[in-house]
Design a protein around this ligand. Structure first.
Ligand SMILES: [Zn+2]
Length: 563
C-alpha cells in the first residue's frame, strides 16, 4: 500500500474544499459514483473514495465537509430559458397563478377593487391549454366588472370584455385588420376574441417600460433564482443586441451567479437582403466570449406556438382549435413565418459567419421546412460539426428523426410540456398524432443528442412559472411522461434517470460546446455542482420532482445555499 502510494506523483494536498462521505454522481463516461470530490480554485482536482481524497488532497487550510451520505450532481444546465423576460415579469409585482377561468375572474375582481373606474385591467399572459377549462375566455367570461375595460393577454390572441369592445368601437361591422380577425360568436356579434388584432384595443397598455437599471436588477434576480433551483448554466434563447448589453453590464459588475450562453434571435420579418447584411455586419459568432458569458446559437422563429394555435402543423387544428384558440378556420394548420428559400439564404449567411444554427419550430410542417434547409446546407458542407439543432421540435415524425440522425442534427427539448400541454393538445390533434411528441427514447436510440430545457419565460416560482424551470420536475417529466391528468403518454418513449440527468448536464453542455469544461464532475473541469436533499437514483420515482437543492457551487464558489 505504502509502496503504491510512493509511486504516485506528489500529492497536491492543498484543496480549497473537499466534500466527502457522499454520493458524487460524476456523469463521466462510465457513470462512476465517487464518495468524495476535491476542488481548488475554480476547478475539480480529483474524485475518488473519501480515504483517497482526504489523504491526497487535504491540507491544513482545506475546508472539509462531511456530506453524511448526501448526493452531489454535476451543476444542472437548462439549455432553454428567457431570463430577462422572466425576470421582468414579476419585477414590479408578483404574478397570480391563473390556471382556470375562475382564477382569472377572481384576479379581475381583485384588481378592480383598487383601480379607478374606467381604467384598463390587463390579465397577464396566460396560455389557454394550461387553463382547467381548456378553452379561450370570451367576452362573457371577462364581464365580471361593469366599470373597467378588461383585456386578456393570450399572446397572439387576446380577449376583451364588453366594455373594452365598446370603448374601442369594435362591433359586428368593424372590418378585420390585415392578417387579424375579430372572432364572432354564434349570434354574429364579436365574442371578445381578437386574433392578431389586439392593436384594436384603444388604451390597453400592451407592455410596461423598464429602465436599463431595472433590467439589470431583474436579470440578476432571475439568475439567482436559477442558481437556487440547482442550475449552474443556462442558455438564453432569444437575445437582441440591447439585451446583450444588459448581460454585459451584469458581467462587468461580476454579478453573474451562473454561466450564460446567448442565442441571437434575429428579426427575420424583413426583406432577406436586409437580414443577410445584418448577419454579415454583426461582430458576433458562436463561442465568442468567455466561460461566464458567451455566444451560442443563431436563431430565427419559423412558426408560431402550439399553446396559441399558430404552430405550423402537418395537420389542421380542427374543431377543438376553435374552443381552445378561438380559431374559426377548421382547416388552419398554423403559420410559417419564413418560406424555405428565404430561410435557406438567412441560414447560409449565418453558417458562413461560423454560427451554430437553430430555429424555433413546434409544428411538424415547420420542422420539415427547417430540415429541408439543413439538408441543403449539409450537401454544401457537413452540418454536424456546427452542432446545429432543432429547437423544440414538438411534433416530430419518424422521417424527421431519420433525417436528423443522418445529418447529425441535434435537438433542444422541453419534456415539461408532456405534463402541461398534452391534455389539451391530444384533444386538438388526437392521441395518435402525439406519438412523436418529444420522442426522447427515439432520439437516444438514434444517437441524437437531446439537451434539456424548460423554455422558462414568465414568473419567478420554479414550479408555478411558465414554463416550470425546476430541473428536477423536468427530469421527472422525461422519465415518467406523465401528464397533469395522470396519463402516461407513449410509455415506449420514456427514458431512464441516468439519461434524464445527462440531458440536463453533459448533453446540454454538448449543445453549448461546453462538454470539455463542464457537464460532468471530473478532474480538470470547472467545479460546477449541486448538493441535493435526497438520492436522485434511489428515491421513489414521484419524489424526483420534489428534490430540493441544498447548495449550488459554480466555479468553486457557493452561489446559493449552505453546507
Ligand atoms: Zn423559447
Amino acid at each position: 500500500m505504502v509502496a503504491v502510494f510512493l509511486c504516485l506523483p506528489a500529492p497536491a494536498a492543498d484543496a480549497d474544499l473537499i466534500l466527502h462521505n457522499g454520493k458524487i454522481v460524476t456523469v463521466d463516461a462510465a457513470f462512476r459514483v465517487a464518495e468524495a470530490i476535491a476542488i481548488k480554485g475554480e476547478r475539480i482536482t480529483a474524485t475518488g473514495t473519501s480515504a483517497e481524497i482526504l489523504a491526497a488532497e487535504r491540507s491544513l487550510r482545506t475546508t472539509v465537509v462531511d456530506l453524511a451520505g448526501k448526493t452531489v450532481l454535476p451543476g444542472l444546465i437548462d439549455a432553454h430559458v428567457h431570463a430577462l423576460e422572466a425576470g421582468l415579469s414579476e419585477f414590479r409585482a408578483p404574478l397570480p397563478v391563473l390556471d382556470s377561468i375562475a382564477a382569472i375572474q377572481d384576479y379581475i375582481r381583485t384588481v378592480a377593487r383598487s383601480r379607478a373606474k374606467g381604467a384598463w385591467i390587463v390579465v397577464p399572459r396566460t396560455l389557454p391549454p394550461r387553463l382547467k377549462e381548456m378553452r379561450f375566455p370570451t367576452r362573457q367570461d371577462l364581464d365580471v366588472t361593469p366599470d373597467h375595460p378588461v383585456a386578456f393577454d393570450g399572446s397572439y390572441v387576446w380577449g376583451a370584455n364588453s366594455l373594452a369592445l365598446k370603448i374601442s368601437g369594435i362591433t359586428h361591422d368593424t372590418p378585420n385588420p390585415p392578417g387579424g380577425e375579430i372572432v364572432k360568436g354564434p349570434d354574429g356579434e364579436p365574442n371578445g376574441i381578437l386574433r392578431n388584432a389586439s392593436q384594436l384595443l384603444k388604451g390597453a397598455a400592451r407592455s410596461e417600460t423598464f429602465s436599463t437599471e431595472d433590467k439589470v436588477s431583474a436579470l440578476a434576480k432571475m439568475l439567482q433564482l436559477y442558481a437556487a433551483a440547482g442550475l449552474t448554466a443556462v442558455g438564453d434563447r432569444a437575445v437582441t443586441p440591447a439585451e446583450v448589453a444588459v448581460y454585459e453590464k451584469l458581467k462587468s459588475r461580476q454579478q453573474l451567479p451562473v454561466r450564460v450562453i446567448l442565442t441571437w434571435r434575429i428579426n427575420a420579418a424583413r426583406p432577406v437582403e436586409q437580414v443577410v447584411s445584418e448577419i454579415q455586419a454583426s461582430p458576433w459568432t458562436t463561442n465568442q466570449g468567455d466561460d461566464w458569458l458567451r455566444f451560442g446559437t443563431f436563431k430565427v422563429t419559423l412558426d408560431g406556438g402550439q399553446s396559441v394555435g399558430t404552430a405550423y402543423q402537418r395537420m389542421p387544428y380542427g374543431a377543438f382549435g376553435r374552443q381552445l384558440y378561438g380559431q374559426t378556420d377548421p382547416d388552419s394548420r398554423g403559420t410559417l413565418f419564413i418560406d424555405s428559400e428565404k430561410l435557406y439564404r438567412i441560414m447560409r449567411a449565418a453558417r458562413d459567419k461560423g454560427w451554430q444554427l437553430t430555429a424555433h419550430v413546434q409544428g411538424g410542417g415547420a420542422i420539415d421546412t427547417l430540415l429541408d434547409v439543413f439538408q441543403r446546407l449539409d450537401r454544401e458542407k457537413p452540418i454536424a460539426p456546427s452542432r446545429s439543432h432543432v429547437m423544440h421540435g414538438s411534433f416530430m415524425s419518424e422521417d424527421a428523426l431519420n433525417r436528423m440522425q443522418r445529418m447529425g442534427v441535434i435537438v433542444d427539448v422541453q419534456p415539461g410540456w408532456l405534463y402541461f400541454d398534452v391534455p389539451a393538445l391530444k384533444r386538438v390533434f388526437g392521441l395518435e398524432n402525439m406519438r412523436y411528441f418529444f420522442p426522447l427514447r427515439s432520439y437516444i436510440n438514434r444517437g441524437i443528442i437531446a439537451a434539456g430545457g424548460s423554455d422558462h419565460m414568465i414568473g419567478h416560482d420554479k414550479n408555478g412559472a411558465v414554463n416550470a424551470f425546476n430541473p428536477f420536475f423536468n427530469m421527472w417529466a422525461s422519465i415518467t411522461r406523465r401528464t397533469r391528468e395522470g396519463e402516461v403518454i407513449y410509455a415506449q418513449e420514456k427514458i431512464t434517470r441516468q439519461e434524464a440527468l445527462k440531458m440536463w448536464t453533459i448533453w446540454a453542455a454538448y449543445l453549448q460546446f461546453g462538454e470539455k469544461t463542464r457537464g460532468s464532475l471530473e478532474a480538470g473541469k470547472f467545479a460546477d455542482l449541486v448538493v441535493i436533499d435526497r438520492d436522485f437514483f434511489a428515491c421513489a420515482e414521484d419524489d424526483i420532482r420534489r428534490i430540493e437543492p441544498l447548495a449550488t457551487i459554480v466555479s468553486g464558489r457557493m452561489v446559493w445555499g449552505r453546507l
